[in-house]
Structure formats: C-alpha cells, structure tokens
Ligand binder design. Sequence first.
Ligand code: UPG
Length: 455
Amino acid sequence: MSNPHILAVPFPTQGHVIPMMELSQCLVNHGFTVTFVNTDYNHKLVVNALAADESQLSDRIRLVSLPDGLEPWEARHEVGKYCEATQRVMPGKLEELIEKINQGEGDKVTCVIADESAGWALEVAEKLNIRRVAFFPGPAAILALQFSIPKLIHQGIINDDGTVSRSQMIQLAPDMPTMKTTEFLWACMGDLTEQKIVFQLMVRNNKAAKLAEWIVCNSAYELEPAAFTMAPEILPIGPLQASSRLGNPACYFWPQDSTCLQWLDQQPPCSVIYVAFGSTTVYDQTQFQELALALELSQRSFLWVVRPDITDKTSDPYPEGYQDRVASCGMMVGWAPQQKVLAHPSIACFLSHCGWNSTIEGLSNGVPFLCWPYFCDQFLNESYICDVWKVGLKLKKNENGIIPQGEIKSKVEQLLGDENFKARASKLKEMGMTSVKEGGQSHRNFKNIIEWMKT
Ligand SMILES: O=c1ccn([C@@H]2O[C@H](COP(=O)(O)OP(=O)(O)O[C@H]3O[C@H](CO)[C@@H](O)[C@H](O)[C@H]3O)[C@@H](O)[C@H]2O)c(=O)[nH]1
C-alpha cells in the first residue's frame, strides 16, 4: 500500500481555502502528504502572496491548480456565474489530475478531502473509487440547515427552487438559534437567479455529502451543541487555528502587511478596535465613509483592513483629509495577519462581518464583537455571537439601509463599557479551545479520522 496521500479540494474562495489549508497542515504534522488543489486564478494569488510572506509551506504540501471555467480577466465575485463555471469545468479537470497522479511514479491518492460546498469533487472521488471526507469550514448549524432542505420544502417554508414563501423566524430544533427565512444562506446571495443557482448547488451538495465516509466541520460541540444533536452525522474537528499547532496560517490571496503588529505593540492593552470584513464584503461609498467617520468619532485607536476592492471607488475612498486627521490613532492596511492581530493584547474588540473564520478566530482569543453581517452564514453567526454566546452587539441599519456613524460609536462605547462581554468572551475562549487539545472532543474526532485514513 502507498503512503497516505491526501488530495485537498477547497471551494475556491478565500474563506474556504484558508481553513482547508489549516486542515492540510495538521495532516502533514501527522505524517500525511497533501496535494492542495486551487483554481489557476487563486493559485497565482497564493503563490504571489507566499513569495512576499515569511510563512513557509511544508514541503509535504504540493500546490497544484485547475482552470475554474472563467477567463482570467473575468470577475469572480458574481456568485451564480462562478458556481456554474466551476461546477461545469472543474470535475472533469479534477478527474484528469487524479488519473495523472495515480499513473505517475509518486504515491497514489488515497483519500480526497473536499469542501462540502464543492460536492462535485466528492462525486469524482466516488467515481474513481477513492475514499472521501467532506469538510465544512462554516458552522454546523448552516450545514444542518442545508440538510433540512427537503423538510423545509415539505413544510412549505420554501418551494422547490428555494424561494422563501414568507419572511418569518424559524427554529430548526430546540435550542438552535432562531433564523429569519429571508436570511437563509441561499436567500441572501445576490439576485433571484443567483439565489436559485446557489440553492441548486446546495441540493447537489446534499447528495454528494452522502458519498462521504465522514463529514467534518470546523466547529466544536461546546460552541453549538444543539446543531450537532440535530445533525449527529457532522463531526466537529475545530476550531482549527494555526496557533494550536504553533505554526503560521497560509494560502492567502493578498500579501499580509505585518507592520501593523509593530504598531499594535505600541498601543496600550485592550485599547484598539480591529475592523475587518473578510475577503469578499464590499461597501458602497456612502457606507464606507460613514464607517470611516465613526472610527474617527470614537476617539479610540483602530486598525482597519481596507482591501483594495472593499468599495466601488478604488482611488482614495476616504473622506477629504481623513488619513491625515486619523494618522495618530488609526492604521489602515490592505490585508492584515488577522490571526496574529486578534491574539494581540492591545485588541479591545472586533468590528466584523461575522464570517465563520473571523468568528472562531475572535472567539479563540476571547475578543468581544460588534457584528455587521453581510450575507451567507453571517446572520446566523451574528445570532450565535449576540443571542447565544452573548459576546457581542448587533449594529442596526437606519431607514436608508445604512449603519450610521452614531450607531457605531454608541455600540463601541456600550460594548467596551460593559466588562461582562469580555468576561464571557474569555470564558468561551477556554471552553472552545480545549476541544482541539489532547483529550478534547474535536481532537478525538480528528484522531479517529486520521487513523481511518491511514488504514
Ligand atoms: O486582513 C485580513 C482579513 C481576513 N483575513 C483572514 O481571512 C479569513 C476570512 O474568512 P471569513 O471571516 O470566514 O470571511 P470570508 O472571507 O467572507 O469567508 C467566506 O467563507 C466563510 C467560511 O465558509 C463564511 O463563513 C463567510 O460568510 C464567507 O463570506 C479569516 O481566516 C481571516 O483571518 C486575514 O488574514 N487578513
């Protein structure tokens, strides 16, 4: 038998590639070899960022790439178009890649670990008779929601193409956070056509997940017990964090600006608002400027990640004279070493879009949140943060759909003026993080799976 050789296939967006790489690094530490499959487009970004970064990938992880079905110049942020193209082109290319590897001199692929959202990769693995693990990088509750689609159709809550019959609050099972039907993952992704494409992808992924011998997720029993009771087939192996294995995260699409860590060193403990909205969130110019002014108004230090594509206005999106005015208290960077930033003692709170990676990174460091969800699973994550774990506050939009500067300023004061938020966040940190340590339930699940992968 050949040495264990994993083919890791993330869903091709940043928020999925990072946790799949983290899982890969954990596998390498247990003696596995990993071939990591990016799209050609993402591969270029990753290689470019790696060259500018001090973090090194293990030589037991080989980066390879496949076309994603779009031309190099086409935008990847139109969810529907992107999902259609990847599903159409990538399965065939993946099959060719695996056959090429297996006909070569090196170790044959012994197991495919695919993102649950890229169910087509599980279909290819089954066709080629290779063992399969589905990895979900988000919360178990969202996967449980996806698995409940047939029941939701049966109950008339949605119709066959995922359209929500009416806006209402529902609870999938006792003790689960309540969800607004119009905020179901697929129902808040782009226009109606895109929503239907995303819904159909989820239906396909439900079937594909049944082909996997294991379904694992980047969460912990301690964080969402009700979701794991509702869908016991999902096993938590998280929260996966580079700091747990004393390593650096990798596979970023943009080079990290590490100068902010030295800047943080100069700030007093628990004094800085960290502001970051993940890899895809985009704000219009009005909202962007409102946030900028709110940070200035807060009269606190802040570190703000302003990705080059975060607003529709690319050149100088700030209010006039802003950068000079905030130079003594604020720092803006294009992409931060976020996991290290959140672990820094000078961070007081995290103004976040509530992507799941950001959520567990904040939790793992006991940082309280100000929540500004945008789409996808982020509304549910906000509900976990504010209603279930009670480690954050929600920001409210005004009648024009804008979160005004006064709202941001007053919620910052409320959050930082109440020590209970920090106290609960510190408690949750202890609870959640023990799960990935020796003896924890996530650790035990991970061990069982790697034992199985080695047989
Ligand atoms: O300056 C930055 C900003 C972000 N990050 C990292 O980028 C990742 C961002 O992931 P996440 O917070 O989950 O946000 P998205 O990039 O928006 O992720 C997508 O994928 C997630 C996992 O499925 C979902 O939970 C989100 O809603 C979805 O938008 C995290 O690991 C961050 O540490 C950095 O390293 N530097």
